[in-house]
Design a protein around this ligand. Structure first.
Ligand SMILES: CC(C)(COP(=O)(O)OP(=O)(O)OC[C@H]1O[C@@H](n2cnc3c(N)ncnc32)[C@H](O)[C@@H]1O)[C@@H](O)C(=O)NCCC(=O)NCCS
Ligand SMILES: Nc1ncnc2c1ncn2[C@@H]1O[C@H](COP(=O)(O)OP(=O)(O)OP(=O)(O)O)[C@@H](O)[C@H]1O
Length: 190
């Protein structure tokens, strides 16, 4: 099975592109979705996060409260990552679909070293002004949170230099055609 890492900075189009792979029948593991499972009531992150961030956890993890904690103290994000990233890695290791190709949608693929477990990496990217407009259009997103998250991500230019494949997510139909071409390329050159 070819393991294709899918990454890109915040708002560059990972989820949208991952959905196109899924629609084409390719199994997708999604790191952000894994975090949602871990934060839900009964999820494996709930207990450890209750101990570290008591105000941000009730039955499950309250993301708004977590963001408030990070906004008040940026070192909180480092502590949060120390708890969450090993649990995310365990969830990813448990994903073993029977398929020729599988996609791993991981925002922090390079930052966490997860690229080492991939056969190839697809970077999704877009011009900075488009990225910014997309992210700031989200409810609850602020300039400050955008800056905090961006500062913890490898710059887009560095990701471009390291990726095997690059798609500019300017327009949906063009992206879909590139996704389909990449699936054909990867599965015929394995
Ligand atoms: C900071 C939190 C509370 C924000 O929650 P929110 O629902 O607003 O955003 P969401 O989880 O959908 O993430 C949106 C995007 O933010 C970026 N992002 C999230 N966490 C991080 C991080 N630790 N470092 C850099 N960028 C990040 C990614 O591009 C991600 O796709 C949440 O992202 C979180 O708990 N992050 C820690 C876990 C983590 O590192 N997740 C990244 C994937 S493993
Ligand atoms: N190929 C595309 N064509 C047009 N718009 C796109 C395309 N890809 C993504 N978008 C738009 O950009 C925004 C961000 O896309 P998406 O949520 O897929 O990004 P992401 O990289 O998963 O973001 P995050 O890092 O925050 O999880 C959405 O509004 C989406 O509709």
């Amino acid at each position: 099975m070819i393991r294709l890492g899918l990454t890109g900075s915040i708002g560059m189009g990972k989820s949208t592109t991952a959905a196109m792979f899924a629609a084409a029948g390719v199994p997708v593991w999604d790191a952000d979705a894994a975090v949602h499972r871990l934060y839900a009531p009964g999820g494996a992150a709930v207990g450890p996060l209750r101990a570290a961030f008591p105000d941000a956890v009730t039955d499950g993890v309250d993301r708004a409260a977590l963001k408030a904690a990070i906004a008040a103290d940026p070192t909180a994000l480092t502590r949060l990552e120390g708890i969450v990233h090993p649990l995310v890695a365990a969830d990813r290791a448990a994903f073993r679909p029977k398929a020729d190709l599988a996609v791993f949608d991981v925002p922090l693929l390079y930052e966490t070293g997860a690229d080492a477990g991939m056969d190839a990496v697809l970077l999704v990217t877009a011009p900075p002004a488009l990225q910014r407009a997309r992210v700031l259009a989200r409810p609850g997103m602020t300039e400050a949170m955008f800056a905090t998250l961006l500062s913890r991500q490898l710059p887009d230019a560095d990701k471009r230099a390291r990726a095997d494949h690059i798609i500019e997510t300017l327009e949906r139909e063009a992206t879909r055609l590139q996704v389909e071409a990449l699936i054909r390329y990867l599965t015929s050159h394995a």
